[in-house]
Design a binder for this molecule. Sequence first.
Ligand code: AHR
Length: 670
Amino acid sequence: MKIKTTPFLLAGLLFAAGLSSQADAAPVFHLQVDLTATGKPISPDLFGIFFEDLNYAADGGLYGELIQNRSFESNATEQRDWNEFTGWATATRGGAEGNVAVRSAKPIHPNNPHYISIEVKTAVGAVGVTNSGYDGIPLQAKEGYELSFFAHQLFMDEAWGENNDIVGRPMPVTVRLESENGDLLAEASDFVVGRDWVRHGVRLVPNRTEAKARVVVLANAKGGIALDEISLIPEHTFRNRKNGVRADLAQTIADLKPKFIRFPGGCLSHGDGLSNFYRWKDTVGPVEQRRGQRNLWGYHQSVGLGYFEYFQFCEDIGAKPLPVLPAGVSCQFSDYSPGHGQQCLPLEAMPGYIQDVLDLIEWANGPATSQWGSVRARAGHPEPFGLKYIGVGNEDGITPGFEERFKMIQDAIRAHHPEIVVIGTVGAAPDGPEFDRGWTFARSLGVALVDEHYYRSPQWFWENLHRYDNYDRNGPKVYAGEYAAHEKDRRNTLRSALAEAAGCIGFERNGDIVSLASYAPLLSRRGHTQWTPDMIYFNATEVYPSINYQVQRLFCTNSGDSLLTAKVDGMQSSDRVAWSAVRDSASGDVIVKIVNGEDRTFTASVDLGSAPAGQRRLIATVLTGANADVANEDGKPPAAKPVIDQSTVSATFERILPANSLTVLRLAKF
Ligand code: AHR
């Protein structure tokens, strides 16, 4: 191996970094960055995130709702032992007799067909229901929580049909927050009156912090009521939005500073059979009128976190929304619905479906006076959201049925909204016949961008470092829409994170053709995980960003808009070392990133050649640690965190690159 030795004295720097002993023998590679040329443009939206309601990412995760199955719509198609009452239990207090039943005769809205009745048959005591949320409801002392429910009275004709002396008498109802063993944490009362559904809401403030609380709703007098949409949401959501998202998780995502958010999936977008498409219109408007459905990952999706909330969250964190809509076909991997596999919407249903797609654009971008813009405005957002990208399809099988429908949708968007960038799909794998068919088809239609997916070994990522170097610059651009380096045991490791970092270097170096990239999946609730590895793990009260998160954060927050020419020598081509040098024109900073995937230390001799003489500020961030470091399903928070040091350097300087590390060198204002 040909290695150049450094002519520089590193002792001071190395001592400061605590690395002097390793560095003595560290081979050197020279990185010469040319600051004179303009550089190759890098997509301004390159690094974003992929959100899918998988691993309880939405319900039980990012969505602020603390009650599970608030609208009594769970059922056995989601999990075999589930039914409409899943998550709930009956409560009888003070010697009362009565019963609780699931009903569907007179729902709040046809999209929300089930509710419950509570009948109290005795003059003493109370009958009601309790819900412990997802693994117990976490409550914070002195914080406000909005408890709300819809209710009406049940009268003789609808209830138990015998001598009913309660007609016309309001039903006193108590709502309580209780600890697991029944201690009262907060309480309020109200009356339910009349035959029509009425929303009741109250602010509750628990008198102590409780990790596993429950909500109790009690009917306190002889008679009956109907109840639905029983909800408990903290006032303190992210940006204190009503029906908002969980603040700590949202902040962890916001800290990534992603340029876009793709949602709602993944496979969830095109669903398990035609009736399981994620239909955006079912997810906007008043929450009690939305149509929840089976989540193909094996639980219920309430769609309380629906399109309005996704768009709002994007806006709140400065990310562009990237909704992915079905291409008129369902997921080819689905195995639940009759017929199995990819199913195509009948052609006669396509005009209506295409109208839904066009309506989404009007909903997002149209004036508040337009038909769908007014729905957005009524939800509290009169200004347009500024939708630019729409994904059509998700790793679909490239069949004639898919091709025909994709073309119809793209033609309609082009005709009515040429300003929208349509993202196509090239199957589930990064190579092979389907991938090739997908690319041929996308080229033939002149699709703007195609969505490539790869869940592959860390080694594959290193082998594909130059994957995009020779992509045709005149064809569709690339959205690396789902990627992650998978270890055999599918745990989050430093090695996988560094392989992904190498992948990100490849994206930056080809930022003229790779326009967008997002690691997948984003979130996973411990104890409710269907897919690993993920970027961020959490439970009811804590958030555990993985080491892979740290890599994504470093790339998102150190992106540039032009790639500088950099020349390297002193390494072998087989060395797992990857680098990029970019300029961020907004700050004027030059950012050099180097991934050392080898088990040995290197010294980087960085030469900014033509840079004006003098000292400049260097912020260096190093991510390294033990390879077994995980933040996984059963793991602990990772010990490895990026370590930052600041110094002043001249145009030529040296840095130690620890074994198995990512180093980001941010040089102020060139
Ligand atoms: O990210 C998890 C799943 O992987 C996505 O839903 C799907 O698109 C891919 O196969």
